[in-house]
Write a protein that binds this ligand. Structure first.
Ligand SMILES: Nc1ncnc2c1ncn2[C@@H]1O[C@H](COP(=O)(O)OP(=O)(O)OP(=O)(O)O)[C@@H](O)[C@H]1O
Ligand SMILES: [Mg+2]
Length: 349
């Protein structure tokens, strides 16, 4: 990255979301990390190409920002197929889905984001479409209503969900392949950042890459976002090159701590430790205490806190792990669940 321009050069600044789109890898080889999912998916796609069929339906699950939408675009690109994008919340009536399905072309990839939020009647229509490539279009109302069967061209459904657990069994079973995306390792995020820095024409030292990667909560979207904030800092401070120190200073200013915890993560942890003495406390109570939706706490904050060993899930509720107290710099009270509990059970609900 040493031959790129200084950070202070002027230029038109595209919108943030346009930038996010521009940084999306376009093929499987550019997709960093998730080696198991990538290998498995690559096999599914290769086999479909050899058989000259559309690929089996794919379900992608995992916390926000790990690459589900990106992968769906890659699937369409690798299959050389057009991509249609919709989402569970956009499909409130079976008719909405029927309209989409009946206009699909052969081999098309249909991406349904937040598939766990689709309405029940639409879901049932999807079962038949996925399995038999057929839908029943209902014409008319009441006693005079008739169902007209309609054959669909073969297509590939790519479903994405942050909550695989919420998906009804019959729907889950109709996907030929399920890929669960995991949080990224720091070294993987460094690769994501290197690629983005190159595209953004930034000069960044290796130490700065690891500083930013270490604070990115295992999430490429956050890594890219932090890189843009660090870039802003460098621009304002007229730095030619971003080093670890300036990266750390910039991220401290944005309240991203050394372990990558952001404001939401920290307020959940603080509420758990300070308001509820380390728990156990129910997730919805915890969400109310921090003024957030339960789903946000469950899908955004909790997975990372659990992975970092800061929070535990027990049958009786969420508890603070010893390292949570340590991270917050507070002494663990003697009666905290973890200090007194005989055994700790992880509950995978
Ligand atoms: N494996 C990866 N390699 C490089 N960049 C990645 C990777 N995964 C994600 N990204 C980057 O992170 C950003 C977010 O990814 P994406 O939109 O695919 O996440 P998502 O899982 O669909 O999130 P959400 O659940 O919020 O919809 C993308 O703009 C992309 O640039
Ligand atoms: Mg997405």
């Amino acid at each position: 990255m040493s031959d790129s321009k200084p950070l202070t050069h002027a230029g038109s600044e595209p919108e943030e979301h346009a930038l996010e789109a521009a940084l999306r890898p376009r093929n499987l080889d550019d997709f960093v990390g998730q080696s198991r999912v990538r290998q498995q998916l690559s096999l599914v796609l290769e086999a479909a190409k050899i058989r000259e069929r559309s690929a089996d339906h794919v379900l992608l699950s995992g916390p926000p920002g790990l690459g589900k939408t990106t992968l769906s675009m890659i699937i369409a690109a690798e299959m050389n197929a057009p991509l249609r994008i919709s989402s569970g919340p956009a499909i409130q009536h079976a008719g909405d889905l029927a309209a989409i399905l009946s206009s699909l072309t052969e081999g098309e990839v249909l991406f349904l984001d937040e598939i766990h939020r689709m309405s029940r009647p639409a879901e049932e229509m999807l079962y038949m479409a996925m399995e038999d490539f057929r839908v029943d279009i209902v014409v008319g109302k009441g006693a005079g209503a008739t169902a007209i069967p309609l054959d669909l061209p073969p297509f590939t459904l790519v479903g994405a969900t942050t909550r695989a657990g919420l998906l009804p069994g019959p729907l889950r079973d109709r996907f030929g392949f399920t890929g669960h995306l995991e949080f990224y390792a720091v070294e993987e995020l460094e690769l994501v950042l290197r690629r983005s820095a190159m595209m953004l024409d930034l000069r960044v030292t290796s130490a700065a890459f690891s500083e930013i990667a270490g604070r990115s909560r295992g999430t490429p979207r956050i890594a890219n976002r932090l890189l843009r904030r660090v870039r802003d800092w460098a621009l304002v401070h007229k730095l030619e090159e971003i080093d670890a120190q300036s990266a750390a200073a910039a991220l401290d200013m944005y309240e991203v701590d050394s372990r990558g915890l952001d404001r939401l993560d920290r307020s959940v942890l603080e509420a758990l430790c300070l308001k509820f003495g380390g728990g156990p406390v129910g997730l919805s109570t915890l969400a109310i205490a921090v003024g957030e939706e339960t789903e946000t706490v469950e899908t955004v904050a909790e997975p990372y806190l659990v992975r970092e060993g800061l929070m535990g899930r027990t049958p009786r509720g969420r508890i603070a792990m010893p390292s949570a107290w340590q991270h917050l710099g507070i002494a663990m009270p003697k009666d905290a669940i973890f200090a007194s509990a005989q055994s700790y059970e992880n509950d995978e609900d």
